[in-house]
Design a protein around this ligand. Structure first.
Ligand code: ZN
Length: 347
């Protein structure tokens, strides 16, 4: 039996009826009776987390555990997150989960690729002598994205500009997109100059990066949530700690500046707990994004970025329903009244 939903459809805000037939939405009343599962409230195309890395148990960043992966994507699903981008994954998405009825839509970028000169790094980085070839290969082997370590922490040397530029040119020529981790001023500047497709984190971002991102059409994914969680643990007594806090404050300031300059700002949570994109939306609001734009950063704007449809004829049947308008009350994202994924009722 088809499902029927009626409510204020976002982002355009018109009251409409929708029906789902399997994994597709239709705006035309089916000829057979439908089960009404939402009547009133606000209907959003399912939420999106554009920066998350499920698959490893707490404390072990080196091993990919398919069961942990399944549990963590389930946490996203329960929160109404129906699409995920993985800018770096420890292993391959298990085949049985890729298109499983309960799986959010998944877009992966392969592994975290690091250049051979990265003097500091993490166990999960894949260091390569030929970053261009590796980036193009990851792009082709996955969903059109690769993930480059533009730097690592505040002290790691960034990828040389010419090399990063060659990566961007090579990946774009192959029809792909480049996501760059940047956590130092030099790293962010290099990535913004090179015209990567998304800057992840952007800690300590120099002001000139805002215009560079706007000019290149670079998307900004600050992942404010993990930085906010870590902030109380970073010592303000050391020079390094002070640099970290200053870098975080700068990053937060740039979120609003980037938005004002026309840069697309999106919501990503980066690390556990999974299913927490609503927290990132609240951090974006605190950083100065208008509430509707912050909700769009985990909703319609993020879907457009990933090439996913909104609530239109023939679209994927991913829908979340809220009692109040999230554009005015973003915190309601924590409490979906209804979550539908692939045309199935999750809650
Ligand atoms: Zn990350």
């Amino acid at each position: 039996m088809p499902f029927h939903l009626r409510g204020t459809v976002l982002p355009d805000g018109t009251v409409r009826d929708l029906w789902t037939l399997g994994d597709r939405i239709t705006l035309r009343r089916p000829s057979v009776p439908a089960d009404t599962v939402a009547d009133g409230g606000f209907l959003m195309p399912g939420l999106v987390d554009v920066h998350t890395h499920p698959g490893s148990a707490a404390g072990d960043e080196t091993a990919f555990d398919p069961e942990v992966f399944a549990d963590q994507i389930a946490a996203h699903r329960e929160a109404g997150v129906t699409a995920l981008r993985f800018p770096g994954l420890l292993g391959e998405i298990p085949d049985e989960l890729r298109e499983a009825p309960g799986s959010p839509r998944m877009i992966t970028a392969g592994r975290w690729l690091a250049w051979a000169g990265l003097s500091r790094g993490a166990a999960f980085h894949t260091v390569t002598d030929d970053l261009v070839a590796a980036a193009v290969a990851e792009t082709k082997a996955h969903d059109g994205w690769c993930k480059i370590m533009g730097d690592w922490d505040l002290e790691a040397p960034p990828v040389p500009y010419e090399l990063l530029r060659a990566v961007v040119d090579g990946v774009h020529a192959a029809g792909g997109r480049v996501a760059a981790h940047c956590q130092s001023a030099a790293g962010v500047l290099g990535a913004a100059r090179a015209g990567v497709d998304s800057i992840e984190h952007g800690m300590g971002m120099p002001q000139e990066c805002v215009a560079l991102m706007a000019g290149h059409g670079t998307t900004y994914v600050p992942t404010l949530t993990p930085f906010a969680r870590r902030a109380p643990l970073v010592d303000t007594g050391s020079a390094r700690g002070r640099l970290w806090h200053e870098g975080r404050r700068t990053m937060i300031r740039r979120v609003r500046e980037a938005y004002d300059a026309g840069v697309t700002v999106l919501a990503g949570t980066d690390s556990a707990p999974h299913g927490n994109v609503a927290a990132e939306v609240m951090h974006l609001v605190e950083a100065g994004l208008p509430p509707a734009a912050a909700v769009g950063a985990a909703g319609w704007t993020a879907r457009a970025f990933l090439g996913l449809p909104l609530l239109t004829e023939g679209a994927l049947a991913d829908i979340t329903v809220y009692d109040t308008d999230p554009r005015e009350e973003p915190a309601v994202l924590r409490h979906p009244r209804r979550v539908m994924l692939r045309g199935r009722i999750i809650r």
